[in-house]
Design a protein around this ligand. Structure first.
Ligand SMILES: Cc1cc2nc3c(=O)[nH]c(=O)nc-3n(C[C@H](O)[C@H](O)[C@H](O)COP(=O)(O)OP(=O)(O)OC[C@H]3O[C@@H](n4cnc5c(N)ncnc54)[C@H](O)[C@@H]3O)c2cc1C
Ligand SMILES: NC(=O)C1=CN([C@@H]2O[C@H](COP(=O)(O)OP(=O)(O)OC[C@H]3O[C@@H](n4cnc5c(N)ncnc54)[C@H](OP(=O)(O)O)[C@@H]3O)[C@@H](O)[C@H]2O)C=CC1
Ligand SMILES: C=C(O[C@H]1[C@H](O)[C@@H](CO)O[C@H](OP(=O)(O)OP(=O)(O)OC[C@H]2O[C@@H](n3ccc(=O)[nH]c3=O)[C@H](O)[C@@H]2O)[C@@H]1NC(C)=O)C(=O)O
Length: 330
C-alpha cells in the first residue's frame, strides 16, 4: 500500500470520526483507526488468526469486543460498500495467499457466558471458546459438551458449521441463537429455522452474524465423572488426530457411509506432500502445514486428493473447510 492509498483509506474512515478517533502510523501497512467503541486495522495478517497459519492479509480487519462495536463495524462496511467476511477462531478456514478484500470481522473477542442452574441452559457470546466451555461444564458436573473438547473453535463458528464429534453436534443442543443482519436487525432464531444437517446449516454462506447462543445442558452429574468423560474424548483425539502441526481438522466431509480418511488412505495418499502441505500420516483426512506451507499448496493438495479419490472410487469428496479469497487454479 502506498502512503497516498493509506491516507485515502484513513480519509474513508474519518467520515465516521468521533472525537475519540485517531489514526496511528499511516506510513506503513499498519494503519489503525480507533473509534469510540471499535477499531479497524488495514492489511491485517490472517495467517496469525487462523489455525492453518497461512494466507494473505485482510484489506480491513475489525475485532469488536461488544455488540455495539460489532454493529458499528457492520454499519461501517455497509456505508463503505465493503464485502464482509466473518471469522471466528479461524479453525475451519483456508485463506488465500492473496488475502481477502473488504472487511474481515472477527467475532472471537465477543465474550460472556452464563450457566443457569435453574434451567440447565448455557448462554454464551459468539467468541467464547468451545473447548473451554466443555471443560467449564465438566468442572460444574454439567453433561452435554464432553464431545466438544479438542475442537479449537468459537461458539459462532460451531453454530454455523454445526460442529460435532463422537455422534453429537451443536444442532442436538442448541436452543436458540441471536443473529445480526447487515441491516442492523437482531433476531433470535431456533434450530428448526437453521436447516441443520451433518456439518452444515443455512447460516453457511449467509450474511447473518451469530452474536450469541443458548445451549441446553444437563446439570447435576458428578463433576469427576464428566471431567473423566471429557478427558477420555480429548485423549482419543490426541491418539487419532494430528495435533502437532497446524491444520483445519477434517478437510472433507465424510461421504457417508464411507469415511474420507479411509478413502484417502486406501488411495495411497498418506504422507503425500505439495510444498509445505502434507496429508497427515496419523489421519488421512487432515492436511497439515509441515512448515512454510502456502495456502495454494493446501488448495493444490485438496484438488489433488479430490481428483485421485474420484479416479479410484468415483466419489467426489466435498470440502468441509471454508476456502476464502482467490485461489490459483491447479
Ligand atoms: C485440530 C482441529 C480439530 C477439529 N476437530 C473438529 C471436530 O471434531 N468437529 C468439527 O465439527 N470440527 C472440527 N474442527 C474444525 C473447526 O474447529 C470447527 O469447524 C469449528 O466449529 C470452527 O469454528 P471457528 O470459530 O474456528 O470458525 P471459523 O473457522 O472462523 O469459521 C467457520 C465458518 O463459520 C463462519 N463464522 C464463524 N463465526 C461466525 C459468526 N459469529 N457468525 C457468522 N458466521 C461465523 C465463518 O465465516 C466460516 O464460514 C477441527 C479443527 C482443528 C484445527
Ligand atoms: N492443529 C491445529 O491447527 C490446532 C490445534 N489446536 C489444538 O486443539 C485443541 C483445542 O485447542 P484449545 O482451544 O487450546 O483447547 P484446550 O482443550 O486445550 O483448552 C481450552 C481451554 O480449556 C482449558 N482446559 C484445558 N484442559 C483442561 C482441563 N483438564 N481442565 C480444565 N480446563 C482445561 C484451557 O485452560 P488453560 O489455557 O489454562 O490450559 C483452555 O482455557 C488443543 O489440543 C490444541 O493444541 C488448537 C489450535 C490449532
Ligand atoms: C475432525 C473433525 O471431525 C471428526 C471428529 O472429530 C471425529 C470424532 O468424532 O469423527 C469424524 O472423523 P472420522 O470420520 O475421520 O473419524 P475416525 O474415527 O478418525 O475415522 C473413521 C474411520 O476411518 C478410518 N480411517 C481414518 C483415518 C485414516 O487415515 N485412515 C482410516 O482408515 C478409521 O479407522 C475409522 O474406521 C469427524 N470428521 C468428519 C469429517 O465428520 C472435523 O470435522 O474437523
Amino acid at each position: 500500500m502506498t502512503i497516498s492509498q493509506a491516507a485515502k483509506n484513513v480519509c474513508k474512515v474519518s467520515t465516521l470520526a468521533t472525537s475519540k478517533q485517531e489514526t496511528v502510523n499511516s506510513i506503513d501497512k499498519k494503519v489503525y483507526i480507533i473509534g469510540s467503541d471499535f477499531a479497524i486495522k488495514s492489511q491485517a495478517s490472517l495467517a496469525a488468526v487462523t489455525s492453518y497459519r497461512v494466507g494473505g492479509p485482510a484489506e480491513w480487519y475489525a475485532a469488536p469486543r461488544n455488540l455495539a462495536a460489532l454493529e458499528a463495524s457492520v454499519k461501517y462496511a455497509k456505508e463503505h460498500d465493503l464485502t464482509v467476511t466473518i471469522l471466528g477462531a479461524g479453525s475451519n478456514l483456508l485463506v488465500s495467499d492473496r488475502g481477502i478484500s473488504g472487511l474481515v470481522i472477527a467475532t472471537r473477542h465477543l465474550r460472556h457466558s452464563h450457566f443457569d442452574p435453574q434451567t440447565g441452559r448455557l448462554t454464551v457470546a459468539a467468541g467464547e471458546s468451545i473447548p473451554s466451555l466443555a471443560w467449564q461444564a465438566a468442572d460444574l458436573g454439567w453433561e452435554g459438551l464432553e464431545w466438544a473438547v479438542g475442537i479449537p473453535g468459537t461458539v459462532g463458528g460451531a453454530v454455523v458449521m454445526n460442529a460435532g464429534a463422537h455422534s453429537s453436534c451443536v444442532a442436538n443442543m442448541l436452543v436458540s441463537a441471536e443473529v445480526l443482519s447487515p441491516d442492523g436487525t437482531l433476531e433470535i432464531v431456533t434450530p428448526d429455522q437453521l436447516g441443520y444437517a451433518y456439518r452444515t446449516s443455512l447460516l453457511q454462506g449467509s450474511d447473518r452474524i451469530v452474536t450469541q447462543a443458548t445451549f441446553q445442558l444437563k446439570p447435576g452429574a458428578d463433576p469427576a465423572l464428566v471431567v473423566a468423560a471429557t478427558k477420555q474424548h480429548k485423549q482419543h483425539r490426541l491418539t487419532t488426530q494430528p495435533y502437532n502441526f497446524p491444520s483445519c481438522g477434517s478437510v472433507f466431509r465424510n461421504p457417508k457411509p464411507h469415511s474420507a480418511g479411509w478413502l484417502i488412505e486406501q488411495t495411497g495418499l498418506k504422507g503425500y506432500q505439495i510444498g509445505g502441505a502434507q496429508v497427515a500420516q496419523l489421519h488421512a483426512n487432515f492436511i497439515v502445514n509441515r512448515g512454510g506451507a502456502k495456502a495454494n499448496d493446501i488448495f493444490g493438495l485438496i484438488r489433488h486428493i479430490q481428483q485421485r479419490v474420484q479416479d479410484r472410487w468415483s466419489i467426489l469428496l466435498e470440502p468441509e473447510v471454508k476456502m476464502i479469497g482467490d485461489f490459483q487454479p491447479v
